[in-house]
Write a protein that binds this ligand. Sequence first.
Ligand code: ADE
Length: 225
Amino acid sequence: MRIDIITVLPELMRSPFEASILKRAIEADLVSVHFHNLRDYASGGYKAIDDTQYGGGAGMVMMIEPIDKCISKLQSERSYDDIIYMTPDGERLTQSIANQVSLKENIIILCGHYKGVDQRVRDKFVTREISIGDYVLSGGELGAAVLCDAVIRLIPGVLGNETSALTDSFQDGLLAPPIYTKPREYDGMKVPEVLFSGNFPEIEKWREAEAYKRTKARRPDLLDD
Ligand code: ADE
């Protein structure tokens, strides 16, 4: 998979890809991530990438021209399955969306800033708009990093233990059950006996019941779906 990220703040974006699972995925060539500084596509002495809103109103708007130049250059080099715009008014990121995006070959992620991009960018180029939650960030960069993390860990071969993504919360529509490791008892708190039984169908049954219980208590909306 190839991910091209268009941003005015490439320096803000680098570190999540320089550690742990994402770093290893890149080193193993399972994904490549490329940053494009939008300012490199701006014209004029000031290299402006934004301007005031037509019709008045607070906040600057990212102009279409530098974004068009950057996306068109990328599209002249390869075709893209999706051009994703990170925005608080996009569809809310879910595990199901992460699953869908992880199946793509080449994607562009466009990070908005200030008030966002000129609507014509969205009309002309964007195929999918994603929000990471109902709150407003200063820009799309952190959202893009969250999306990339959620997507990259799903690419086959990225996680050491292939089954571990399958047992994540949300992967089966439920939250994950409680998990335990050594010691068997800590400060009077004991690990549930069933986990030592060696009876794997029983353990699976316990995990399913606990996942259901936790989901019902914390996220009953997931059970409605
Ligand atoms: N840009 C600003 N806020 C955002 C959000 N909640 N999700 C994605 N991109 C954003």
